[in-house]
Design a protein around this ligand. Structure first.
Ligand SMILES: [Fe+2]
Length: 279
């Protein structure tokens, strides 16, 4: 697996193996049907109704007091037995189709992720990286998104965790801040995924790799048609974590993390006390 541009460009585009491409497409198509064909009360059966412990289906719009205008669904391997149980109790087939497709994707992507983390560990000398990521497989978060259509999609930010996959985007509008601090569009291609580091990997790699600043801007067509997307977050329980009790990544100035050295970045992290089992 060629990951050369991870350091030079800040992200890497990797073509899906055919079997994985089918799993991604199935998951996206069934998410679209879930969103468009099911009534809200059915979707809400997958919600924990708890904004802190996000789980399953979430609606973020004016009716929920949110400035966002979207619906999303979080799937983790550890939640799948419960989600499958819920879906089997729902008459409309779109619910079970979606959960089964998500289940197949989460299980089917393991080898692809392992190959990526092996390549990163080897190329950048990050001893133990593969083991840490693969041991956290039960809590990898797959986020399915449906923006209803509005001016605001995702404001500029860096992701806090290890690394992020942008698995699918139905429309353009995704942009990243390059090393010269210019915003550039990234190419939407349904046959490949974009992978980039988050803050935890920047800290773990002692700034060899940098968290990529990115955003999603509205386009004339997303304002009207909305936007479907699927992303996945891969965190790993290494010795430190971003201290979200004291800091918010949204408060970083544009491009600030690109200029940080390891010692400065460490100020935003605290030693992890909890055990990996709590992840
Ligand atoms: Fe992000």
């Amino acid at each position: 697996m060629n990951i050369n541009t991870l350091q030079t460009l800040g992200y890497v585009t990797i073509e899906y193996p055919p079997a994985l491409r089918r799993l991604v497409h199935n998951a996206v198509r069934s998410w679209e049907r879930f969103c468009l064909d099911l009534p809200l009360e059915t979707k809400l059966r997958f919600s924990r109704h708890d904004r802190v412990k996000d789980f399953g289906y979430m609606l973020r719009d004016a009716s929920t007091g949110s400035a966002d205008n979207k619906e999303l669904f979080h799937v983790r391997l550890c939640d799948l037995p419960k989600l499958l149980d819920l879906a089997r109790g729902i008459i409309q087939p779109e619910a079970l189709h979606y959960i089964v497709a998500a289940n197949d994707l989460l299980k089917g992507i393991e080898a692809f992720i392992r190959e990526f983390v092996q390549a990163v560990e080897c190329k950048y000398g990050l001893v133990g990286f593969e083991k840490l990521v693969m041991e956290s497989q039960q809590t990898w978060i797959f986020r399915f998104l449906h923006y209803f259509g509005s001016e605001v999609l995702a404001a500029r930010h860096v992701d806090r965790g290890g690394f992020t996959l942008h698995l699918f985007e139905s429309q353009g509008g995704g942009e990243y801040l390059d090393s010269n601090k210019q915003w550039r569009p990234w190419t939407v291609d349904e046959n490949s995924t974009i992978i980039f580091p988050g803050l935890a990997l920047q800290q773990y790699s002692r700034c060899l790799l940098r968290a990529l600043e990115h955003r999603v801007v509205a386009t004339p067509s997303t304002v009207v048609d909305g936007r479907f997307a699927m992303v996945a977050f891969f965190d790993f329980p290494h010795s430190h974590r971003f201290d979200d009790t004291r800091f918010r990544t949204q408060d970083f100035a544009e491009g600030q993390v690109y200029d940080m050295g390891p010692r400065e970045l460490d100020r935003y992290f605290v030693r992890r006390l909890e055990s990996a089992a709590e992840w």
